[in-house]
Design a protein around this ligand. Structure first.
Ligand SMILES: NC(=O)c1ccc[n+]([C@@H]2O[C@H](COP(=O)([O-])OP(=O)(O)OC[C@H]3O[C@@H](n4cnc5c(N)ncnc54)[C@H](OP(=O)(O)O)[C@@H]3O)[C@@H](O)[C@H]2O)c1
Length: 359
């Protein structure tokens, strides 16, 4: 078995936990990094997360540059990798279509081409909205022939980040099919902190929601009692990605990484409020009204919320039967999502860098 992998986005939140799992299992990993000088600090962080930082190396690269900015020596260093894990992305609200496309679409296509040229499996991270077919149709994806989608129109509806994730997915799937190369896609729900330690990075969407709750800016529950924000813990997601990447049955497959036991938004806010020792909101506010409010200049900054984030709060329930079968086959265990939410709130409340106050 090849023991060497390439990871893009390894310094990010999911990336760090993926590196911890891979190195704990003895894989050596080369990271594509914009700032390889950050490798020594990352090694220490991976040790703290229970991995082995000594098994990490880096090549200088950038998803926004032609040929990923890799020189000949870097290409040689990664020539033998068994799996390319592609996690690198511009992950933010308010991106222009141009910015988002350059990194998230063109960068993903370049990574796919690299994996195909080398004969490596590509494990790409998508997002769970790709499993919500009603949503895909509503935003204008032509499900019978996704490449016929009017992407400019779609970006105007979804915003840069989500538009680019959708476009990247369909274009990479088509490219890998054309190149006759191996692709596995994992679609994570919104990522929750580590199920035990609660570790999360402050820029994560869930951390933003917790910060708003602790800062008293979430006085009403968005949506109805049917609305939820599906979650997956970062440690479970990382374990699932590694299991999928080396499973021969998962070549050409897509897996939804979503914990069906995630409580509705009201229950989730109650659990978080309890951990933060602040009052939980009890009134509901309609998503439509919130969307209108967020169009008023200054309101997104005041509420520290962006309209783009509202798409992820929904009433859709997902079919997780294939995920459950995969989880059982690999003997993975879902952590308790309620405890993980409370651990995440606790972590943010006690982390010196995170601006979360307890009541
Ligand atoms: N977190 C979630 O809730 C969630 C849910 C569903 C899907 N996803 C997907 O999961 C993936 C990872 O998400 P995350 O939460 O771990 O994101 P993150 O913490 O924001 O990390 C993003 C990573 O991408 C790298 N990156 C950004 N621009 C780059 C460029 N031009 N060239 C090379 N690397 C670049 C960053 O490296 P630097 O250190 O150089 O900045 C960082 O390592 C993304 O594809 C995201 O869309 C995330």
């Amino acid at each position: 078995m090849h023991k060497h992998c390439l990871v893009t986005g390894g310094s990010g939140f999911i990336g760090q936990h993926l590196l911890a799992v891979l190195t704990r299992k003895g894989y050596s990993v080369t990271l594509l990094m914009r700032q390889p000088q950050a490798l020594s600090a990352l090694r220490l962080q991976i040790n703290q997360l229970g991995g082995d930082g000594e098994l990490l190396a880096a090549v200088t690269g950038d998803l926004a540059r032609a040929d990923l900015g890799l020189d000949a020596a870097a290409r040689e260093q990664i020539r033998d990798v068994a799996v390319v894990f592609h996690l690198g992305a511009q992950f933010a609200w308010g991106l222009s279509a141009g910015q988002a496309r350059q990194v998230n679409v063109e960068g993903a296509l370049a990574v796919a081409e690299l994996a195909a040229q080398q004969g490596s499996r590509l494990l790409m991270v998508g997002g769970y909205m790709l499993a919500n077919h009603g949503h895909l149709q509503r935003v204008g994806i032509d499900l019978a022939n996704p490449l016929n989608t009017d992407w400019d129109r779609l970006y105007r509806r979804t915003g840069g980040y989500e538009g680019s994730k959708l476009e990247a997915h369909f274009r990479v799937v088509a490219a890998m099919r054309e190149l006759n190369a191996e692709l596995t896609v994992v679609h994570p729900a919104t990522v929750c902190g580590h199920s035990q330690s609660g570790h999360i990075l402050p820029a994560q969407p869930l951390a933003g929601l917790i910060e708003n709750l602790s800062g008293g800016r979430l006085s009403a529950i968005p949506g109805s009692t049917a609305h939820w924000l599906p979650l997956v813990t970062v440690d479970f997601l990382a374990a699932l990605m590694v299991a999928a990447a080396f499973d021969v049955h998962q070549a050409g497959q897509e897996i939804l990484a979503l914990d069906a036991h995630t409580p509705n938004l009201q229950g989730m806010l109650q659990l978080l409020a309890q951990a933060l020792r602040v009052p939980a909101p009890s009134r509901h506010v309609s998503i439509g009204l919130l969307r209108t409010l967020l169009k008023v200049p200054g309101v997104p900054r005041l509420l520290r919320t962006d309209a783009e984030s509202l798409d992820f709060i929904q009433t859709t329930r997902f079919d997780t039967a294939a995920t459950e079968a995969f989880v059982q086959r690999h003997q993975l265990t879902w952590p308790d999502i309620g405890q993980a939410l409370q651990a995440t709130a606790g972590y943010l409340a006690s982390a010196p860098s995170a601006a979360v106050k307890q009541g």
